[in-house]
Design a protein around this ligand. Structure first.
Ligand code: C5P
Length: 228
């Protein structure tokens, strides 16, 4: 896999002008654009179409969690947007996750898309300071059982997750450069650590978008990613 397709830029802003400026500026460095709650609430699906026009694969990080019918029907709508990945919360349980998987696939088919979007099960947030291993495994297994294409976890959990479910896609947020402030994240890793531990895709937000010197941050990222 090309390394840029293992890197997602989190466009966490409520302003489409800023989001699209970042997206254009960082187009050569990242294969995926991550649209999260803030940007999606502000701009709706239009921002997804604009980012696709720029050639990005799309990670829509809505961490859906509701009754199965509601999630399934919402996921069906998302399937039609042309996103590649959608996050759903494993705490919702297997029937809810399965509804998301099925809804997403149905929506993509109904929209005539020629690729199959994948649901990723969020296990525990990277802002959680500590994670119980048994609880993590239970959530991971729920994602697998429901047919999710992958899961979201901290870098430190990827090895265990890959041993258990090698076929699933590992998405890892909570990325910080060495020595940087973790902000509200707890279980952080550097880009090289996370990629080295086997993350298929890492999410990088404020370390680049809010960096005092974004060019220097990108240079650091390029240097770390060069080994992969
Ligand atoms: O700015 P930073 O690199 O911390 O951004 C991380 C992004 O990844 C945020 O948009 C956050 O919502 C998201 N995320 C996370 N932890 C998860 C899942 C998603 O931090 N488990």
């Amino acid at each position: 896999m090309k390394t840029i397709n293992r890197l997602a830029i989190a466009l966490d802003t409520d302003d489409s002008v800023e989001a699209l400026r970042w997206a254009r500026d960082y187009r050569e460095e990242f294969g995926y654009a991550k649209v999260g709650l803030e940007l999606f609430m502000a701009e709706g699906p239009g921002i997804i179409y604009a980012l696709r026009e720029l050639g990005y694969r799309i990670l829509l990080d809505l961490k859906m969690h509701d009754i199965p019918t509601t999630v399934g029907r919402a996921a069906r709508v998302v399937g039609g947007y042309g996103v590649d990945l959608l996050t759903v919360h494993t705490a919702g349980g297997v029937p809810m996750l399965r509804a998301a998987v099925e809804g997403l696939a149905e929506g993509a088919v109904a929209a005539g898309l020629d690729f199959k979007p994948q649901a990723l099960g969020v296990t525990f947030l990277t802002s959680d300071p500590a994670v119980d291993e048994a609880a993590f495994v239970a959530r991971l297994d729920a994602a697998a059982e429901a047919g999710c294409g992958g899961y979201v976890c901290a870098a430190a959990e990827v090895e265990l997750a890959k041993e258990r479910h090698p076929e699933l896609f590992a998405l890892v947020p909570g990325i910080r450069f060495k020595g940087a402030q973790p902000d509200d994240q707890s279980r952080v890793a550097t880009p090289a650590e996370a990629l080295g531990m086997g993350a298929d895709l890492i999410v990088i937000g404020r370390s680049v978008t809010r960096a005092a010197d974004p060019d220097a941050a990108l240079a650091m990222l390029r240097a770390e990613a060069a080994a992969f």
